[in-house]
Design a protein around this ligand. Structure first.
Ligand SMILES: *[C@@H]1O[C@H](CO)[C@@H](O)[C@H](O)[C@H]1NC(C)=O
Ligand SMILES: *[C@@H]1O[C@H](CO)[C@@H](O)[C@H](O)[C@H]1NC(C)=O
Ligand SMILES: *[C@@H]1O[C@H](CO)[C@@H](O)[C@H](O)[C@H]1NC(C)=O
Ligand SMILES: *[C@@H]1O[C@H](CO)[C@@H](O)[C@H](O)[C@H]1NC(C)=O
Ligand SMILES: *[C@@H]1O[C@H](CO)[C@@H](O)[C@H](O)[C@H]1NC(C)=O
Length: 647
């Protein structure tokens, strides 16, 4: 075992306060703790959580030593029980390693007195243990009696033998996919601070994750210990928000509030480990040329040089790349959750509009913005949605109608068409339902409100008008004014994509097209809910489920040069249904398609995904169904890395 501490304590002078002459001038220093390497793995020692007494330098120990707190209710602790506990800790936790057994503190959680068999210390010595401490609960040879005043959870810690203090152990992971914009740590007061530590790696930051052993889910904290990354358009108290723009990050101070949507996840027990990459201000850019201010996060699928989808690019890339990250939060206005889920083969949802409050989130369009979650399996996805979307009814009975528009699907003779068809057949079997072939445009022609025209004409510029005008008013103008006030009248840099969209909106009518677009959107929404395919149902929440392919295994190389962005996207397509009608749209991974990579010169694989749409407010019904499909083996959890389903 090797323990080294590089650098001594990292002291950071955070503020120099000069007071009036009559008072003492003082320097406020913040102890940022330290980075340690244990057997080649980097750790960050967090804040002290307790102090063991008695303390005092123990010659054979260094200043900071790894420690494991073992909690058990075994009244007679034996070597076998200890070995089983250690093997359990190793199985569930990536922060723990047996080097943390260098020192051990035993806590007895049972009743009455307990005894540790002398074989326990022999068993621990095999892992390099040099000191076992215990409260009065455990007596025994080789056990040093000590006091641990706080009720702290089991798991790995760092122990100062000089002061007796014990610090939480965080493992530092390199963000080699550039999924994060800023790593964070809880500040112990309900807020956050930037993580003051880095690891090695080209261009990469470190992200610190706490031991999984510290957390046990309960009914009030069902998401306890779930590690989450957050798209950098959501405010977190104590951190700045960048929106993917450097000038924006620098202009505004750290936020003083965490928005209610994230607060609900924090209250449910999630651990927020950092802010993640976004297409600038949640718009839609192509890597790499459009990403001028920040570099685009890397999609791990295939050859590793395919577009990650956007705008929630970083949250998608993180969940698709890192086993140490459980979920990530992003937003969807016109596909910003669904496109990364599709390109990176993940479970990713656009919820019904109004599912959670979007206060303290940078807006793209207030009428259309939503907050969703990425996961690698349906069980976790469902658990998070149930804890997060508390306003929806938890329907457990499913619709018997599957709406299927043949023109949306690739031919079943293609590899992706066959994969999608196979899933639909299985869903039909699972629901004991038959698909109903539909054609949205011709159904519209038969049933649409009399004063309107074709659906293509009605909705061609609706999305474009809503997003380009709203964001210009609610984000660009105040940003320009605040920046100019602070920088001698200058304009801040904005990427070509958002600039082109904002200027398209202003050139094409500004507020007037916004109002017209809102009317058109409402016409469509009302039709979808009454004469279309988004009708509510008392028993099953939704009359039916509309299925369409989200991605079909296509490549989108990052090193391809595109034409300069010219404005927001036009037209009506499957992906716009949920946007304009406010319904949920859940993207799920289906399979992989081989392609010959011009980068690796090998066969690589890209994801095929399917979208599930139901009536507004039916998010939990849909995710219950997806979870049941996973339980039935019809959908499968995906892995991180190049392959969703490694051979
Ligand atoms: C180890 O984990 C298994 C499976 O979760 C559990 O049944 C067992 O009780 C655990 N053993 C100890 C000693 O905690
Ligand atoms: C938080 O920041 C906002 C925006 O800068 C400001 O209006 C508000 O007064 C601040 N609130 C507190 C409690 O400091
Ligand atoms: C959820 O429901 C409550 C009570 O009906 C309501 O006050 C709140 O605004 C709703 N929240 C959202 C995000 O819709
Ligand atoms: C697909 O295959 C079927 C049966 O082999 C064939 O009849 C049909 O023409 C094919 N369709 C296309 C588009 O190739
Ligand atoms: C609204 O719909 C009308 C057709 O009814 C169409 O001509 C117009 O372009 C649409 N405008 C927007 C902004 O959606």
């Amino acid at each position: 075992m090797m323990v080294s501490s590089f650098g001594s304590r990292l002291w950071r002078v955070s503020a120099l306060v000069f007071l009036a002459a009559s008072t003492v001038s003082s320097t406020l220093t913040i102890d940022n703790s330290r980075v340690l390497t244990i057997n080649g793995i980097e750790y960050y020692s967090g804040d002290a959580v307790s102090r063991i007494s008695p303390s005092g330098p123990k010659a054979e120990l260094g200043d900071i030593v790894p420690m494991t707190i073992i909690r058990t209710d075994e009244a007679l602790l034996t070597a076998n029980a200890i070995k089983e506990i250690i093997s359990n800790y190793s199985a569930v936790d990536d922060v723990f390693q047996t080097a943390f057994l260098k020192t051990v503190f035993l806590v007895y959680d049972g009743k009455g007195r307990a005894k540790a068999d002398s074989s326990v210390s022999h068993a621990l010595q095999e892992f390099g243990n040099t000191l076992i401490m215990a409260t009065h609960g455990y007596a025994g040879a080789h056990i040093t009696p000590a006091k641990l005043p706080d009720d702290i959870p089991k798991g790995p810690y760092l122990y100062s033998s000089h002061t007796g203090e014990i610090y939480q152990a965080f493992r530092l992971y390199p963000d080699h996919q550039l999924a994060f914009t800023e790593a964070s740590l809880g500040d112990g007061q309900g807020g956050f601070r930037p993580l003051p530590a880095v690891t090695s790696g080209a261009m990469t930051k470190g992200v610190a994750v706490p031991s999984r052993l510290y957390y046990t889910p309960t009914s009030t904290k069902p998401l306890a210990g779930l590690r989450v990354g957050v798209k950098d358009i959501f405010d977190l108290k104590g951190l700045r928000t960048s929106g993917g723009n450097r000038a924006y990050y620098d202009l505004y101070p750290p936020r003083n509030t965490t928005g209610p949507a994230l607060q609900r996840l924090i209250d449910a027990g999630t651990i927020i480990v950092g802010k993640m990459g976004t297409v600038q201000f949640a718009n839609g850019d192509n890597p790499t040329a459009d990403w001028v201010d920040f570099h685009c996060p890397f999609n791990p699928r295939g050859d590793g040089y395919q577009a990650p989808g956007g705008s929630s690019s970083g949250p998608g890339a993180g969940v698709a790349s890192y086993d140490w990250l459980d979920i990530a939060i992003g937003s969807d206005t016109g596909g910003s959750m669904r496109s990364p889920a599709g390109m990176q083969g993940l479970f990713g949802n656009r919820p019904s509009t109004g599912a959670v409050s979007l206060d303290n989130v940078l807006p793209l369009c207030h009428e259309l913005d939503t907050a969703g979650v990425f996961a690698r399996n349906a069980a976790t996805w469902s658990k998070v949605m149930h804890a997060w979307y508390q306003n929806f009814t938890d329907y457990r009975e499913y619709p018997k109608k599957l709406f299927y528009q043949p023109s949306s699907f690739p031919s079943i003779n293609t590899t992706s068409g066959a994969l999608l068809e196979e899933l639909i057949l299985k869903v039909e079997g699972f629901l004991n339902a038959k698909r109903e072939s539909i054609d949205i445009a011709s159904h519209w022609e038969k049933t649409h409100p009399s004063e309107t025209t074709s659906i293509a004409t009605l909705l061609r510029t609706t999305y474009a008008s809503l997003v380009s005008v709203d964001q210009y008013r609610s984000l660009a103008l105040p940003f320009y004014a605040d920046y100019a006030a602070k920088h001698g009248g200058r304009r801040p840099f904005v990427n070509p994509g958002p600039l082109a969209r904002w200027s398209w909106g202003q050139k094409n009518g500004g507020d007037a097209i916004y109002d017209e677009a809102l009317k058109n959107k409402t016409i469509f929404k009302d039709w979808w809910e009454t004469d279309g395919y988004g009708k509510a149902d008392e028993k099953t929440c939704s009359e039916g489920i509309y299925l369409y392919p989200y991605t079909t295994g296509q490549t989108q190389y990052r090193n391809v040069y595109f034409d300069a962005p010219s404005g927001p996207p036009m037209g009506f397509s499957d992906g716009r249904i949920a946007v304009l009608s406010g319904t949920p749209d859940l993207v799920v991974p289906v399979g992989e398609i081989p392609y010959y990579s011009t980068i690796s010169l090998q066969t690589e694989y890209m994801p095929v995904t399917m979208s599930f749409i139901a009536a507004r407010g039916c998010d939990l019904m849909l995710v219950n169904l997806v979870e049941d499909l996973e339980k039935a083996g019809i959908l499968k959890p995906v892995s991180t890395g190049p392959r969703m389903y490694p051979a």
